[in-house]
Ligand binder design. Structure first.
Ligand code: NAD
Length: 485
């Protein structure tokens, strides 16, 4: 037998230790060729004053094994603590979150007996960068950052995943009818990369109708690829409508490392009672085995698990009078799976895995070269709360200090144009965006912009809270227009 594959394991908090023991018992009984290295994460580590919840020495194990099987942790209440999941994803570059969801009808009750889909969620960008600022007394902002390499990586991953797992269709969910630049980039890259996969059906849906389809007709969806926030929300919906959030596993995949975990939390109220369902972590461990090239063992465990579910041997969370036959605890459920190793379900479709190393699904991106970048103006954001917030007064003040080469084009308030043309019904907050741009779109310089800012500060005596430069990239306008601009 080849040398055992080292993996890093964390038992976590709450129900974590029970479900991890159950999962590892199954893995060992099935003959998984693994050598777990245990690291400490969660409550114990947080209480030692480590704000990330993971001991600095644990990174050495993660960097050397590159594979992390993680039980849930309890997130401490109060400020000063960082999310362990976000830290692990960003530190190890785990850019793809993969969540398969499948119905196990009629054994686990669901309205969608044909549901069988995979959500591939971008994991590193979007609003999750957590860049937030209070800008005025009334307005806070959270920056949504989307990069082309980030889009290329996750979208290519989704197509490669579909190819490797013989999925037929990839559906992209965005909100690019509103966020034309940010979500528009994701959609554009989806179209570009999709062309390289002629055998896979491609479709795009606006996230709102996409979510409605997911909730109502999930059997029409196959692989879904989407941005971080949308993916976060829809993956819980998909898991719930499949039957139970307690069953789902997820993989976080990077170029060199990967982390596998159940999608549920540490469930403190049922901890230590031997009643938690270990299935979420078992399903995560199955994905891990495929990832490390032990697909035969993954298949064996998955089919034994399906057989156990089909036999009606259920933990309390999925137990239903009529469909279930026996209610069991965590340990007894694991024993039932172990007893079924080598068997396949008779009514539920058995799984067949081929060897897929998920990290190989990553391909180098080919970011388009930017050949020209022209500075054409500036958006100046102001905190202004005078003259009954009359936009005309503000407009006149700004026009008085704007140079001829960079006149005031418009002022908007929360994205709606309020000057020179505005509607009396539009609400004015204390947060104003004032756009200065050459009428014929001629380029400007940083010196002109700095001079303008100095005059707004010194002469108009207005409170500048931030600025955004306006550019044309490769001859195309690279900023959005305000409503009514
Ligand atoms: P939770 O998922 O722990 O629990 C939600 C509900 O589902 C509870 O009723 C719980 O009893 C039940 N449940 C969850 N897993 C179960 C299982 N395996 N078997 C049977 N029932 C199960 O979510 P929560 O209560 O919002 O969070 C509890 C703690 O877990 C919090 O500290 C939260 O921050 C943390 N959390 C951690 C992770 C993670 O480590 N990946 C993920 C989510 C939540």
């Amino acid at each position: 037998m080849s040398e055992k594959r080292k993996i890093t394991v964390a038992y976590g908090d709450g129900i974590g230790p029970e479900i991890m023991h159950a999962t590892l018992d199954i893995l060992h009984a099935a003959g998984a060729n693994i050598a777990p290295e245990v690291i400490e994460i969660g409550e114990k580590v947080y209480s030692q004053g480590v704000s990330t919840g993971i001991a600095p020495s644990a990174w050495d194990s993660l960097r050397s094994t590159k594979v992390f099987l993680k039980a849930p942790i309890t997130t401490p209440q109060g400020g000063g603590f960082k999310s362990l999941n976000v830290t692990t994803r960003t530190t190890l570059g785990l850019y793809a979150n993969v969540r398969p969801c499948r119905a196990y009808s009629p054994y686990i009750s669901t309205l969608h007996s044909h549901l069988d889909l995979v959500i591939i969620r971008e994991n590193e960008e979007d609003l999750y960068a957590g860049i937030e600022h209070q800008q005025t007394g009334e307005v806070v902002q959270c920056l949504k950052l989307i990069s082309r390499p980030g889009c290329e990586k996750i979208i290519r991953y989704a197509f490669e995943y579909a190819k490797a797992y013989k999925r037929k269709k990839v559906t992209c969910f965005t909100k690019d009818n509103i966020m034309k630049l940010a979500d528009g980039l994701f959609h554009k890259v989806f179209n570009e990369i999709g062309e390289e996969y002629p055998d896979i059906i491609k479709e795009h849906m606006i996230i709102d109708i996409g979510s409605a389809m997911l909730a109502d007709k999930p059997e029409t969806l196959d692989v879904i690829v989407t941005l971080n926030l949308y993916g976060d929300i829809i993956s819980d919906i998909a898991a719930q409508i499949a039957g139970s959030v307690g069953l789902g596993g997820s993989a976080n995949i990077g170029e060199s490392c990967a982390m596998f975990e159940a999608i549920h939390g540490s469930a403190p109220p049922i901890a230590g009672k031997d009643i938690a369902n270990p299935s979420g972590l078992i399903n995560a461990a199955i994905m891990m085995l495929v990832h490390i090239g032990q697909s035969d063992i993954a298949e064996k465990i998955n089919n034994a698990w399906l057989k156990t579910i089909e036999d009606g041997i259920h933990t309390a969370d999925v137990y239903r009078i009529g469909t279930s036959k026996e209610i069991v605890g965590t340990k007894a459920f694991a024993e039932a799976v172990i007893n079924n190793l080598g068997q396949v379900p008779s009514r539920l479709k058995p799984v067949e895995f081929q060897s897929v190393d998920s990290s190989k699904l990553y391909h180098q991106t080919k970011t388009d070269a930017i050949t020209t970048k022209e500075l054409v103006g500036i958006d100046v954001f102001l905190d202004w709360n005078e003259h009954d917030r009359d936009a005309k007064v503000l407009g006149k003040k700004l026009e008085a200090v704007a140079p001829a080469a960079l006149p005031l084009k418009m002022i908007s308030n929360r994205g709606v144009t309020v000057y020179p043309e505005g509607k009396p019904e539009t609400f004015h907050s204390d947060h104003w965006r004032c756009r200065f741009v050459h009428p014929e779109g001629k380029p400007t310089t940083h010196t002109v912009l700095l001079d303008l800012l100095k005059r707004i500060n010194d002469e108009a005596k207005l409170d500048v809270i931030k600025t955004e430069n306006l550019y044309f990239f490769n001859g195309e306008r690279a900023y959005s227009l305000a409503q009514g601009e």
